[in-house]
Ligand binder design. Sequence first.
Ligand SMILES: Cc1cc2nc3c(=O)[nH]c(=O)nc-3n(C[C@H](O)[C@H](O)[C@H](O)COP(=O)(O)O)c2cc1C
Length: 160
Amino acid sequence: MRTLVVYYSLTGMTRTVAGMIATSLSADLEEIACSDYKPGFLGYLMAAFDAWRGHRPAIAPLRYAPENYDLVIVGGPMWAGHIATPVAAYLAALSGRLRNVAFFLTHGGAPPEKVFLEMKSLSGALPRAVVSLREAEVRKGAHAMRASLFVDALLADQPV
Ligand SMILES: Cc1cc2nc3c(=O)[nH]c(=O)nc-3n(C[C@H](O)[C@H](O)[C@H](O)COP(=O)(O)O)c2cc1C
């Protein structure tokens, strides 16, 4: 199974999770780059405002074409109760073109369900599996068990 993991990360949490998932699945790894947001108070304010208003920023050209993969796993951080805008831009650009997808999310503790619904609606695809991980879990390295259950579900071709 050819697998692509695509993610955006502003402060590194999602990058850690994406790397682990990609390694476990021997997947290609694509980081979405977006120059609109920088770490720091003003950057966070702009990111939250853009997420709240549903802005779709420009993202840098991508290395990998998702059409060439059997499974595409897309992840990002939650911003202001939404998926981070660079991920929203990626999913919206590929709307209807992703057949076999799974989603992951990192967040500070807010309920993730609405964000997964948003990702589903943006992509027009029903995810085979989803997992949300708290930033605090990732910082402590306590996310490994749930991340591997997500990977196992994908490998077993079982919805979770
Ligand atoms: C602009 C901004 C908005 C955020 N909004 C939320 C939120 O609404 N709910 C939440 O639980 N966490 C929120 N967070 C926390 C992030 O989702 C969390 O720290 C995430 O793991 C960061 O991922 P990253 O390090 O890959 O960028 C926010 C963080 C930022 C920077």
